[in-house]
Ligand binder design. Structure first.
Ligand SMILES: O=c1ccn([C@H]2C[C@H](O)[C@@H](CO)O2)c(=O)[nH]1
Ligand SMILES: [Zn+2]
Length: 161
């Protein structure tokens, strides 16, 4: 038996102000999208903004439903929009932010497992890493340089070959 250690390196920024200008702009778009979320059940609003290689920004927010599982997370709303409308364009980066109507969240909030899997599909397809920046409503911002850093041992198309 051998042991195999998996390591992830993340970058932690003290606040949005410490981010490069282009990522601050992307995070601002994610905040705007978040504030249009439809989240009457959880009252937990999430906004995502993707930057394509062309520089175009695609946003998404969570869309809930009275039949709870029929709703969708912000990240998948955004990435499926990009995948369906810009199928041949690579995604450079994703900014993600949340806001709860119950309390201020200052803990950086990462994408859920299902969204990591959905994002990994596009990262594998484009063969280029997608940088992910995530935060709460306020406070620190975490950067993962690639979806792989958030989802090691990904199940991807190579297993179907
Ligand atoms: O990665 C995530 C995790 C959760 N949510 C949404 C789903 C639901 O509407 C609400 C509470 O889970 O937040 C997202 O949009 N993205
Ligand atoms: Zn999700």
């Amino acid at each position: 038996m051998k042991k195999h250690k998996l390591e992830t390196y993340l970058e932690i920024y003290e606040s949005i102000a410490e981010l490069p200008d282009s990522i601050q702009k992307l995070m601002n778009k994610a905040q705007q999208a978040r504030d249009n979320a439809y989240a009457p059940y959880s009252r937990f609003m999430v906004g995502a903004a993707l930057e394509l290689k062309s520089g175009q920004i695609i946003t998404g927010n969570n869309q809930e439903n009275a039949a709870f599982p029929s709703g969708l997370c912000a990240e998948r709303v955004a990435v499926f929009h990009a995948g369906s409308n810009y199928p041949n364009e690579s995604i450079n980066s994703l900014a993600l932010t949340v806001r709860s109507l119950q309390k201020e969240i200052n803990k950086p909030t990462p994408p859920c497992g299902a969204c990591r899997q959905a994002l990994a599909e596009y990262e594998v397809k484009q063969d280029n890493p997608i940088a992910i920046y995530f935060m709460g409503e306020t406070g620190k911002v975490v950067k993962a340089a690639s979806v792989r850093d958030l989802l090691p041992l990904v199940f991807d198309s190579s297993f179907l070959e």
